[in-house]
Design a protein around this ligand. Structure first.
Ligand SMILES: CC(C)(COP(=O)(O)OP(=O)(O)OC[C@H]1O[C@@H](n2cnc3c(N)ncnc32)[C@H](O)[C@@H]1OP(=O)(O)O)[C@@H](O)C(=O)NCCC(=O)NCCS
Length: 147
């Protein structure tokens, strides 16, 4: 599919993003998406929320942010989440969303991207590997806190 465009999200896109993310993850989080949109829309924001559209039809989204020096890491672009409408997958929309976000990161001066995925997320793993991402130098550690 080539007749679509990618642009920054507007308030009118939030419902579609929330709806697709809920269908993908099973967890509705409208406040999270609204908060993200408000932060990334602010002047000088270092985050991006992009949507793929064909005319007025919503096709998918991607979001990410530039973070610096947490965990000792130099500035890099983190991809936080993405989704493409299920019936429109494997037509290159996810790749174009990725390319557009990488372009935003490059324009902002970063030269590396990172993401984190669940170990059993084979589809997302295949997608990111096809786009050239490989295991990096960090590992995640976690622990449940007692009440
Ligand atoms: C991952 C996702 C964004 C890919 O979107 P897409 O529009 O289908 O991606 P593309 O068509 O650009 O595919 C790019 C590459 O990813 C890989 N890929 C995509 N879907 C795949 C599948 N079902 N099986 C294996 N590889 C796949 C392929 O290598 C593909 O390249 P190819 O078609 O040349 O082989 C989409 O499947 C999706 O939204 N999945 C759910 C995402 C999710 O779980 N989000 C929540 C956590 S962030």
């Amino acid at each position: 599919m080539s007749n679509f465009t990618i642009r920054p999200a507007t308030p009118a896109d939030i419902d579609a993003i929330v709806d697709l993310d809920t269908r993908i993850t099973g967890m509705p989080k409208r406040e999270y998406w609204q908060g993200l949109f408000q932060r990334y829309g602010a002047p000088g924001a270092e985050g991006f929320l992009l949507v793929a559209m064909r005319e007025n039809a919503f096709l998918g989204f991607i979001t990410g942010e530039i973070r610096a020096w947490e965990f000792g890491s130099p500035p890099c672009g983190w991809i936080f989440a993405l989704g493409v409408e299920p019936e429109l997958r494997l037509e290159g929309i996810g790749t174009k969303l990725f390319d557009a976000l990488c372009h935003c990161f490059k324009q902002a001066g970063v030269t590396k991207i990172r993401t984190m995925i669940a170990r059993d997320a084979q589809l997302v793993m295949s997608y990111f590997r096809s786009l050239g991402l490989r295991a990096g130098p960090f590992i995640e550690l976690e622990k449940d806190l007692d009440e």
